[in-house]
Write a protein that binds this ligand. Structure first.
Ligand code: NCD
Ligand code: ZN
Length: 453
């Protein structure tokens, strides 16, 4: 277009998901931002052009539940391998959980984690923190850029006593003063401990024993407790990886009473059941565990009808040796998911199980809204140029041994998929092209809270 400022890059010959529909045209990128979305004749000139061959350009997907490990647990995953897994799976931004070594729970540990990450990340990375011991530190963590807090009710992580309702309310309220949400892993520790001890006394150490110690009731108990604690507050709570209909209904009803509550589900809880766990064994062990047949359908319904707000991977890499003990009590729960999430969901779209706009709501728009990422989640002028390009027709097979993640195993290994990410752009730069990493380590950006502190 005459007279317009020259763009850095034009992505041409694309179907662009913008303003809730697919539009044929191109995207002009300048300084890492979307400068223009238009039919090709109306785009400015540019220094380079990338032909998307008629593929679909989606807002960069945001995975709000990822364990990148590194530091003391770099043997399981590090910032480079974890973010390489993200971009190769079509995910441009991830939110890193705080159960690290050291635990991310004060401004010093967060700063160190950010500095370590900045050198090597390929995707954008934002950070959760666990609650610090002293309330005043919450403001400092937010100033340092934490996007959200994470509360584990399964185990004591961080400085706030998880048995103290009043202390929890104070911590939620302090975070909320700055507009920062708290994500909760809702399974009740006392109930898990009692049921696990009972199973162990009986000499039970298989996956059935684990399922008895991590029932849907134990999940619901923790959800009810948090809903009660926040009953009269404005605290913003996000429930991680909900896995049962009962929990989903509790959350739905709490919203009707005006509570600021959202929730997420994982692909493994949508696609696998406890029968798969029994059949395939310990590598499928994760918290909360897989549920009986029937639950998956309920979760799909809730995800389609926007009762579940987000789908997140809960990418939880472990060494394969940590997944293969004889006794279930010695196995680390958690499975990698960054490289399987999108191909699996695109396959489900092709099968008619969900629609493209559901995917965008669950993996881009809602994550950006709930975690206040104001420059992400939408393909519109002025937003950051984080873009996931997918080919809906590309067929393939999930091959865990080819993962970029250090955790080269998956419950979905060998599954046939239709629909794959083919290119990933982070902050305007091509970082993944046809499965290959084509950008320098450090291309990703640290996502910091944009709250005024
Ligand atoms: C998580 C991990 O490995 O860090 N594992 C999991 O099964 N989801 C921790 C956790 O959320 O319990
Ligand atoms: Zn968790």
């Amino acid at each position: 277009m005459k007279g317009a400022v020259k763009a850095d890059t034009i992505l041409c010959n694309a179907k662009i998901y913008t303003k809730g529909r697919l539009m044929d045209g191109g995207i002009a990128i300048k300084n890492g931002k979307i400068a223009k979305i238009a039919k090709e004749p109306n785009l400015p000139s540019a220094f380079s052009r990338i032909d998307l061959n008629g593929c679909i350009a989606l807002p960069g997907l945001i995975d709000v539940h990822v364990h990148l490990r590194d530091q003391g647990r770099a043997y399981e995953e590090d910032f480079f391998t974890g973010t390489a897994a993200a971009v190769s799976g079509g995910i441009t931004s991830v939110m890193d959980m705080p159960n690290n070594t050291p635990v991310t729970m004060d401004s010093a540990s967060l700063k160190e984690r950010m500095q370590t990450a900045q050198q090597t990340i390929l995707a954008n990375v934002g950070f959760y923190a666990a609650f610090p011991e002293r309330l005043e530190e919450i403001g400092r963590l937010i100033e340092q850029g934490t996007l959200a807090f994470k509360l584990y009710l399964t185990t004591q992580i961080g400085g706030v006593d998880i048995n103290d309702d009043e202390a929890l309310l104070q911590a939620f309220a302090e975070a909320e003063k700055f507009g920062i949400p708290t994500a909760v892993h809702a399974e009740d520790k006392a109930a898990i401990d009692a049921a696990s001890a009972a199973e162990q006394r009986r000499g039970h150490s298989d996956v059935n024993a684990y399922l008895k110690a991590h029932t849907p009731d134990i999940e619901a108990k923790a959800v009810k407790r948090i809903l009660k604690i926040i009953r009269k507050s404005k605290a913003q709570i996000h429930f991680c990886h909900i896995s049962s209909r009962e929990t989903e209904v509790l959350i739905r009803e709490s919203r009707r009473t005006g509570l600021r509550v959202t929730c997420e589900a994982t692909p493994h809880h949508l696609l696998l059941t406890s029968s798969d766990l029994r059949r395939q064994g310990m590598i499928l062990l994760t918290d909360p565990p897989l549920r009986p047949e029937g639950t998956t359908e309920e979760l799909w319904k809730a995800a389609r009808s926007a009762q579940i707000d987000i789908i997140a991977s809960d990418h939880a890499p472990h060494l394969i040796t940590q997944k293969t003990a004889d006794s279930v009590w010695d196995v680390k729960p958690g499975i990698p998911g960054l490289e399987t999430l999108l191909p699996l969901l695109l396959t489900k779209i092709n099968e008619g199980k969900m629609e493209l706009h559901d995917l965008i709501r669950l993996l881009a728009e809602n994550p950006a809204k709930i975690f206040h990422l104001r420059s992400e989640g939408f393909l519109e002028e002025g937003y950051n140029a984080n873009i996931t390009v997918v080919d809906m027709h590309r067929r393939g097979r999930i091959e865990a041994d080819k993962f970029h993640s250090k955790a080269k195993f998956s419950p979905f290994d060998g599954w046939h998929v239709t629909g794959k990410p083919v290119k990933t752009f982070v902050e305007g730069r091509l970082v993944m092209d046809e499965g290959k990493i084509v950008a320098k380590a450090g291309t990703g950006r640290i996502l910091r809270s944009q709250i005024n502190v």
